[in-house]
Design a protein around this ligand. Structure first.
Ligand SMILES: NC(=O)C1=CN([C@@H]2O[C@H](COP(=O)(O)OP(=O)(O)OC[C@H]3O[C@@H](n4cnc5c(N)ncnc54)[C@H](OP(=O)(O)O)[C@@H]3O)[C@@H](O)[C@H]2O)C=CC1
Ligand SMILES: O=C1OC[C@@H](O)[C@H](O)[C@H]1O
Length: 398
């Protein structure tokens, strides 16, 4: 549904999803959330309302009062608070799976602990600070027969699958250059946010940069060959010490076939003319041998998006056929989804299918997650800011 009415009803249902009756006690998956995170209501708690097999059962926060308040607001039954709250949640036998939205630098430690406790893990992006840590988590999950998924939610939406299918169909010919941009205007991310803390895996390349790197790797269908250039706009420090936190980064990768891809991210775009606030930018622009494609809003396509395709034909590609596509529901028979399903809802559907031993409509492999953080690290090396610190956590020997 592409009308204004469609837009309004999608926005309404994203915010007030139907609360579907839950399946039997025995068949629901009980989730626990590590940390009373800001992102969890949007990315997990609301999408769970319309999933009959998901119960958001418990939350743990370092401060008991905060945990209680959060649980009350979101209708969560079980609360853990205090310095050992996360571990207590993992030790709860009623918890089957964990949603881990902790700061990036804690992803490895708490995912390893959750897997150790026998829980499946839906893990926020980026998977960890280093490819080595990510590999360890996925190998451990596999050895325990548990599901682990890095929450690159946009990859589960049918509009993004259509985007990929257009490239794969060959109608535009090979990609010559792609630009993936994700930028937030200043005012969105406050001072003191986890994204400014190097030891917590901060930096914009870790945050929005991991998405645009992921998008380039996805549309090319392969990893880059190298980082050709990377520059960072760093956070000024009061002490004058060199900062390791990038406010924004632009990196150009070489891809096979003499192609290039540029990833740009920024967490504090300055106002236009110094005073006019800007809108967030989530844009993909691609030049191919026989045409161009641009996608507006690859990140939250449920709200609204466009995929504009220009196919060049004739001598010298002079005649151009232009079309705009919008895809709010899966078009392939048998694939699950509703036009109001936000990316996170599609992702949750797949996660639950995997836990239940059913074939999900779409999945992101361990190798994909490992490669993604590998290339984020490579960009940090190229900018001179260096990778975020490798986790020091080691599982106790059983
Ligand atoms: N998929 C998506 O669209 C999005 C994903 N994210 C990802 O989710 C994760 C969390 O982001 P966001 O919700 O913005 O983060 P928050 O600032 O809300 O932090 C998340 C939680 O981290 C916990 N925490 C544990 N240790 C620390 C510490 N030393 N300092 C600060 N917090 C700590 C806090 O838990 P407690 O409550 O116990 O104090 C807090 O609730 C990140 O990995 C981010 O990349 C973020 C936004 C969007
Ligand atoms: O989707 C997102 O948008 C804003 C970012 O800061 C966040 O971490 C990211 O996941």
């Amino acid at each position: 549904m592409t009308s204004l009415y469609g837009l309004v009803q999608r926005l309404y249902k994203v915010n007030y999803p139907p609360r579907l009756p839950k399946s039997t006690e025995a068949s629901v998956i009980r989730f626990g959330i590590l940390g009373a995170a800001k992102i969890a209501p949007t990315a997990f708690i609301k999408p769970a309302l319309s999933h009959p097999e998901v119960v958001v059962y418990a939350v743990a926060a370092r401060n008991l009062e905060k945990a209680r308040e959060y649980a009350k607001t979101h209708g969560i039954e079980k609360v853990y608070g205090g310095s050992d709250a996360y571990q207590k949640l993992l030790d709860d036998p009623n918890v089957d799976a964990i949603y881990n939205p902790l700061p990036n630098g804690l992803h490895h430690e708490w995912t390893m602990k959750a897997l150790h406790a026998g829980k499946h893990v839906l893990l926020e992006k980026p998977s960890s600070d280093t490819a080595e840590d990510t590999r360890e988590m996925f190998e451990y999950a596999q050895s325990k027969g548990l599901v682990l998924l890095e929450a690159f939610h946009y990859r589960f939406h049918p509009a993004v699958h259509r985007l990929k299918a257009i490239f794969d169909s060959g109608e535009l010919g090979p990609i010559k250059h792609a630009e993936a941009v994700m930028k937030l205007p200043k005012g969105y991310i406050p001072d003191g946010d986890i994204r400014f803390d190097y030891n917590l895996g901060g930096g914009t390349m870790m945050d929005m940069g991991c998405y645009v790197t992921n998008l380039l790797r996805y549309i090319f269908g392969t990893d880059p060959l190298e980082v050709l250039s990377a520059t960072a706009d760093v956070v000024p420090t009061a002490s004058g010490e060199p900062s390791k936190i990038d406010l924004g980064t632009t990196a150009t990768f070489a891809f096979p076939g003499d192609a290039t891809g540029t990833a740009t991210c920024h967490m504090r775009m300055p106002h236009a003319l110094g005073f006019i606030p800007r809108f967030p930018v989530m844009q993909l622009t691609v030049t191919c041998e026989r045409g161009e494609l641009s996608m507006f809003n690859f990140m939250i396509p449920t709200m609204y998006h466009t995929i504009q395709v220009v196919v060049r034909e004739g001598k010298g590609g002079k005649s151009a056929k232009k079309r705009v596509e919008k895809v709010y529901k899966p078009t392939e028979p048998g694939k699950k989804g509703e036009d109001w399903w936000i990316t996170y809802r599609y992702q949750l559907e797949a996660f639950v299918d995997k836990v239940k031993g059913r074939e999900p409509d779409y999945w992101i492999s361990a190798e994909d997650s490992i490669s993604n953080i590998f290339w984020v690290q490579k960009v940090y090396e190229k900018t001179g800011l260096g990778s975020r610190p490798k986790s020091t956590f080691k599982l106790p020997v059983d």
